[in-house]
Structure formats: structure tokens, C-alpha cells
Design a protein around this ligand. Sequence first.
Ligand code: AHR
Length: 503
Amino acid sequence: MKNARLTVEKGLSLAVTDDRLFGSFIEHLGRAVYNGIYEPGHPTADENGFRKDVISLVRELGIPIVRYPGGNYVSNFFWEDAVGPTDRRKPRRDLAWRTIESNRFGISEFVKWCDRIDAEVMMAVNLGTRGISDALNLLEYCNMDGGTYYSDLRISHGDPSPYGIRTWCLGNEMDGPWQVGHMPAYEYGRLAAETAKAMKYMDDSIELVLCGSSGVDMPTFPEWERISLMEAYEHVDYISLHQYYGNEAEDTEDFLAKTLDLEQFIHTVICTCDYIQAVKRSSKKLYLSFDEWNVWYHTRKSDDEKMASAPWEEHPHLLEDHYFFEDALLVGLMLITFLKHADRIKIACLAQLVNVIAPIMTEDNGPAWRQTIFYPFLHVSRYGRGEALLCPLTSDRHDTSCHSDVSDVDATAVYNEEKKEVAIFAVNRNIKDPVLFSADLARFNKLKIKEHIVMESKDLRAVNSATKERVCPHMTSEHSFDEDIFEATLQPCSWNVIVFEEE
Ligand code: AHR
């Protein structure tokens, strides 16, 4: 049988995970907001029109931060349209998704919703069609106590306390030709630097995210990073990474190897940041905000057709990917990769949260339900907080159509000192062979297994729906644990979580 071995040693800490690694994203796109998180008249709606069934699923995921309001949407977002009395709000054409935005749900509603789920807001400013002064006005509206025009405006809108938004994105995917207001790297770097500088003059407690490339395949990557960082390095705290994967080729073996590309992407961005740090003789280290990531491909073609043939609808069904079982495996592999870089990746947002390429789906006026990808995210959010450990891994390997020397198993572990728990996350991405997996746990106090969770499916294309959950995890006791050596057979294409408790 094939083998993989993980060494898990207490004290061999890479970094303490930032809670914001388990963030997500809500864009004014499709049914993410309307009939997603907000549906007045729904049987579970509260006094604000927030769906309580959705709130409870979001709370289950333990999301600590939610990016808002876009995405591509933000690049022509007029924030003033999205505040104040709802009956006076103006509808707008959203050019990014070719829909009508009613603005019935806006900033104050989102802040309140985040409060209900115990999450922070990660706000993006429009650097596509607007600039420094509008970013400043929005910051004043959100974060200043009162006594000035926009802070008093917020108070007059019924929100006396500032929202205290800590994390801000300087535009979105400004390297993408599809972006309204797209610009070259130098121009963006200058604009972002000056916006960041002024925003920090207004509120020096905030942290700012510079837009990196919108994906590793962009022809401008990584020159975009180098050029924009040369301008903005000293004014920002993070650079963003976005990456979506798909199995368009219907080649699961290769699809599950795509985190090798992700590794390379992260490595290149870290190197570029550190190169700029060296050029600038700076003592400051830049961190990574992986603020859009997921699988996204199932609906791309049909959505393009729909936006072309039936534009300007209000909250149409867009980007409603129904995730296969194999997509959940890739989501798990991506999370493992982020944990292995927890020293540099401080923020990550699963894109998105509800209905739009999302772990949570809703039926209009009907139930909310969990997609396949819900589960690996849930497990890593629940057990992946603490010290991300440096865990040497040896594994048998295989080649795929586009990747060579792919480890059969990818795995890592996190130790939570407060809970006295250590969790191992492991994927067997070999599509044919089981792997005998052993983990050697050293230097912990006496451990016992608390949970061993497995998610597997014979049908790699199995999906969940509102009426049937075909893919969900189960507990197993098919393992041995003697003398600090854990052993179990990981089935081909399986997601595995083993949680140990210290005495
Ligand atoms: O998340 C969907 C879209 O993907 C976002 O609006 C954009 O930033 C990215 O291209």
C-alpha cells in the first residue's frame, strides 16, 4: 500500500493563525444579498429582514470577517446611494454584473448583519471610478465619532456609534481589463499610495490592502505586484491575492494537484514583497490577504450568456455554482496550503458566502442548505485556530497530466493551546489508491483522539441540494493510536480531520 507520514511536534510553531484566515465575502452580486442574507417576508426573517436560517449557518462556519461590497461591484460603487433612509435610496445600474442594484440594503444594514454573526467588516473603497476624496468621506462616515459632515450624517441616519472598521481594501482587481476604471500598475500604485496615506491621516488605526494581481495567470503577474508595491509599500499592510480553480478539463487527478500552482503563486508574491522590502531598506514586512479564493467554473459560461441576453434584472441567479464532492477536496487542499503559510497569510476570504460561488445556498422563500464545500471550511475554521505547526510530510507521489511529483497526501496540523487540542487535516488526492497515513505526535502531553472525521464519496460529482445532502462528513473509529503514532488508511479522494485532546 502507498504511504504517507506526518511529523507533528508541539512547539514547532510556524505562526499563530490570524482569525481572519477564516473570512468570507459578500458582494452585491446575484442573490448574495437579496434573497441570500436579506429577504424581508421570508418565514425566518428578523425585524431587519435578515434570514435567521442563513445567520445560523454562517455562525456555524465561525466567519470572523466579511469583505464587502465587492468585488467588481465596488469599482463603480457610490457609497452615498447605500446609506440613509431606505425609501429615499436610488437604484443604479451595476456595470460589473449588468444588473440593477436597488440599494435597499446598504452599509448600515451590512454592519448590523455582521454584528449578528459576530464578524468584522472588511470594507473596499472604489478606486475605479472614484478616488481619494470619496474614500476619505466613506472612512469618515464609518469610523469618525461625530462633529464633522460625514460622521454627523451617519449619526443623522440613526447610527450614533462609529462602525470601527479596521480592514480596508484599496479597490478591487485593478489589473483586470474587465474592471471599471482598470489602470496600469504604476498609476494604480500611485493612487493607492496617496489614498492609503490620506486614509491613515484620518484614522491611523486602520489596516490597508493593496490590490495584487487578480490571478496567477494574469499576464501582468508579478510585475503588477513589483510596480505597485514600489509606490505603495510603506503605506499599506497587505497585498491581495485572488485565485479560483476549475476542473474544466474533467481531469480530477490534475484538478486536485492545482494547489501546487497555488504554492508557487504564494511563494512568488512573498518573494516580490520581500524584494521590495530589500530595495526600500525597509524594516516593515508585508503580509498577504488572500481575499478571494474558491472553486469557480460551473456557471461561468451560462452566466456570460445570461448577462448578455437578459441584462438589468434585480438580483438574478448568477454564479450559483453547485459544488461537486471533488470541489470540496480542492477547498480542503487550499485551506491546508493557507495554514502552511500562516506566517504570511493573515487574511483569507472564501469567495463568496451565500448563493454566489458559496458554501451556503438559499431558495427564495424556502430553505437554506449546505454545499459540499461547506464542510472542509467548517472543519478548518473550527479546528484550525492556534499555532500552525511546521510538520514535515513524506508521501508517495504521482504525476498528473500537467503536474509532476504530486504528493498523494497533503496534510498539516494546528495546535490550540487554550483548548489543549491538536488537529490534523489531510487529503488523499490519489484518485485510485488508498494510502496508509501515519502521524507521529511528539512532545504533547498524553493525547487521546477526540474526533476522527472523514468525508468521502464514490461519486466525485455528487452534489448537495435543498432536499438531499449527498455529501457530508461522518465520524469513524477506523484508526489506531499507540505510543503517539496515529495510523489510518485514507481512502482515495478523501478529506480527513483528526482531532486529539491533551490530558
Ligand atoms: O467573486 C466574484 C468576482 O471574482 C469578484 O467580483 C471579482 O473580484 C473576481 O473577479
